[in-house]
Design a binder for this molecule. Structure first.
Ligand code: NAD
Length: 423
């Protein structure tokens, strides 16, 4: 049944609802509860007029969607992109509800977006856009209400502008109103590495279950960007052997192992890992996925593991750094083969979990050291992985781990709604 809400016809939203319905079916949730869950609690649309450097005014449209607050204040990033739609923002806010619930952090789900190509704006225009957007949503955000963070094409500098604008409006320094701020205004140096670190942490824990240790295990990483490079760095530090990496220009393989520090240097200096000097052979991104390795980390783009190649994938553990690298059909094939696919919603939650660490310490007025922050992330993600893994094995082992993760997340939100008397 349609409600007439403008986001309902959006294909991304329809996919998010399909995913919710699948989890609801496994849980045996009644239709009326699904109806409550599928709609955001609030979506605010705002107009952002920006005076351009050429003297003309350009009007941009932005949204903030607050999907569910049963477990705490809404939390989720803000993206700047020319193709952002209200439907996309609403779907992503629903996805954040499940991700935060699964991460065991005291947040609901939110997401924001502005339909703009930020590359076409000067730094001054970008600052005006950011301040005006945040001022326009200031009434519905706050440390205990809704806590934004960066997403596609937004960054710590933009978070610093948001923090400053909100603090000016409220007339106090509101450190906890956004996360992933620059360290001088309450952020953490380690925010940048936290997603990749988390991807490595859950792979390490899965390796302990299968083999007792991650030491000596071989690893292939697709995409040597922000997520992939730190996943490789930490897995190597714990004794795993990184035998293959790639980026958009192609991949490299060396059975004796690749030096991660050298890979960082080559990637930063030349723009691609393919220029790494000591390789046994160059490989394609498709070949990398099918290598005979113990652990595979897809950390580049979506839909790379499909029904076409799933059967040929030899890794026993796949830790999803990227969002959506495995299609639902491939997920089923890999589950049948006994591959542990640690789903994106669990494996790449290191960023939002680090945001929670930043926020909780902002609120206490004490700033953490890098070691303290990383050790907290390690404890939290290790705990989360085993909690989800055990519940999957105990109750939902007929399904891929991803289905179990969604079911666990939806169930947590539903139970909180029941306790609060909402349903
Ligand atoms: P990034 O831009 O820093 O890195 C992406 C890397 O992938 C680059 O090295 C690029 O060359 C490579 N790449 C691009 N197309 C490729 C292709 N077709 N085949 C192989 N490699 C290719 O991005 P990132 O921040 O590392 O994000 C990677 C993925 O992780 C994305 O799916 C993103 O949504 C997801 N993710 C990122 C974060 C985060 O905190 N950065 C958090 C959650 C999820």
């Amino acid at each position: 049944m349609t409600s007439g809400a403008p986001y309902e016809t959006d294909p991304t939203y329809q996919m998010a609802v399909k995913q919710l319905k699948e989890a609801a079916q496994i849980l045996g949730l009644p239709d009326d509860v699904v109806e409550v869950l599928r709609h955001p609690e609030r979506v605010l649309q705002v107009k952002i007029p920006v005076k351009l450097d050429n003297g003309k005014i350009a009007v941009f449209i932005g949204w903030r969607s607050q999907h569910n607050s049963a477990l705490g204040p809404y939390k989720g990033g803000i993206r700047y992109h020319p193709n952002v739609t209200m439907g996309e923002v609403v779907s992503l806010s629903m996805w954040m509800t499940w991700k935060n619930a699964l991460a065991g952090i005291p947040y609901g789900g939110g997401k924001g977006g502005v339909k703009v190509d930020p590359k076409k704006l000067s730094q001054r225009e970008l600052e005006e856009l950011s301040r005006k957007y945040f001022a326009a949503i200031a009434d519905i955000v706050g440390e205990d209400i809704d806590i934004p963070a960066p997403d596609v094409y937004t960054n710590p500098q933009i978070m610093a502008w948001y923090f400053d604008e909100y603090s000016k409006i409220k007339r106090y320094p509101a450190w906890g109103v956004v996360t992933a701020k620059p360290p001088l205004v309450g952020g953490l140096h380690v925010r940048e590495i936290s997603t990749g670190y988390g991807v490595a942490l859950v792979a390490r824990e899965a390796a302990k279950i299968l083999w007792g240790t991650v030491e000596g295990k071989t690893v292939a990483v697709q995409g040597f960007g922000n997520v992939g490079r730190y996943a490789a760095k930490y897995l190597a530090e714990w004794g795993a052997k990184i035998v293959a990496v790639s980026d958009s220009k192609g991949g490299i393989y060396n059975s004796k192992g690749l030096d991660v520090a050298k890979l960082f240097e080559v990637k930063d200096k030349t723009g691609s890992v393919v220029n790494y000097p000591d390789v046994e052979k160059k490989i394609s991104n498709e070949e990398l996925l099918e290598l005979d390795v113990d652990i595979l980390v897809p950390a580049a783009i979506e839909n790379v593991i499909t029904e076409k190649n799933a059967d040929r994938i030899k890794a026993k553990i796949i830790s999803e750094g990227a969002n959506g690298p495995t299609t639902p059909e491939a997920d089923k094939i890999l589950h049948k083969k006994g591959t542990i696919v640690i789903p994106d919603i669990l494996a790449n939650a290191g960023g939002v979990t680090m945001s929670w660490i930043e926020w909780s310490h902002n609120r206490m007025g004490c700033w953490l050291t890098e070691e303290e922050a990383l050790s907290r992330l390690d404890k939290k993600m290790t705990h989360n992985f085993h909690e989800v893994y055990n519940e999957w094995q105990k109750k939902y082992s007929d399904y891929p781990m991803r289905a179990a993760a969604y079911v666990i997340a939806v169930d947590r939100v539903v139970r909180a709604m029941k306790l609060r008397g909402w349903i």
